[in-house]
Design a protein around this ligand. Structure first.
Ligand code: FE2
Ligand code: FE2
Length: 197
């Protein structure tokens, strides 16, 4: 299974970076919550799959890392005299969750739980890459570069975990379906600079 390429079918609309640049407080706030949700979601996976040793061992440090990301973004907001504010509605993640198999056979449910994270990590990574290349500000380009590298590792980790517990054929087939679905979500979502996704 190809694990080095993100595999996303649709690149981000090039207008997005410029829009994001104009609403830095909004984008930092949304980003901060993405990191927070990543940390809490990893905790939920650990709780749900507590008997799966590899999953627990590998996700435990990711919780710390994601929380560290949250703190970095929070510090960036505070340094700039900006406010964290309230959590924003996450239309992207909500749309992805509509595709998730719930209440089916255990293996399928678990696979979707892992693949949805892989997908969110992959898209986040792609977005951070855009920011790290397209922003005018040198400091912010570096800032996002760091996140890009980190999320790229997470994307592969979730795929790896899926391959540990679920037959490769099944993982490969479902991942393709997820990629196709994600492309339709990206197509229908409004391009807005106040959201990471
Ligand atoms: Fe992160
Ligand atoms: Fe991550």
């Amino acid at each position: 299974m190809e694990k080095t390429v993100l595999g996303l079918q649709l690149p981000t609309d090039p207008r997005w970076v410029n829009l994001a640049e104009m609403s830095l407080e909004e984008i930092l706030t949304d980003h901060a919550y993405c990191e927070q949700k990543a940390a809490t979601s990893c905790i939920s996976l650990i709780q749900r799959y507590s008997t799966k040793e590899k999953l627990v061992t590998e996700l435990a440090p990711i919780v710390t890392e994601e929380w560290g990301h949250f703190r970095l973004v929070l510090a960036e907001l505070q340094k700039r005299g900006l406010k964290l504010g309230r959590q924003r509605k996450d239309a992207y993640v909500n749309a992805l969750m509509d595709f998730q198999i719930k209440g089916g056979p255990e293996q399928e449910t678990m696979l979707d739980r892992l693949l949805i994270f892989a997908l969110i990590e992959a898209r986040s990574c792609e977005r951070f890459k855009r920011l790290s290349e397209g922003l005018d500000d040198d400091y912010l380009r570096q800032f996002y570069r760091r996140f890009m590298e980190s999320e790229a590792g997470h994307y592969t980790l979730f795929i790896d975990l899926a391959l540990t517990y679920i037959p490769e054929e099944m993982v490969r087939k479902r991942w393709k379906q997820w990629l196709a679905y994600e492309a339709t979500v990206m197509e229908t979502l409004e391009v807005r600079g106040d959201r990471i996704h």
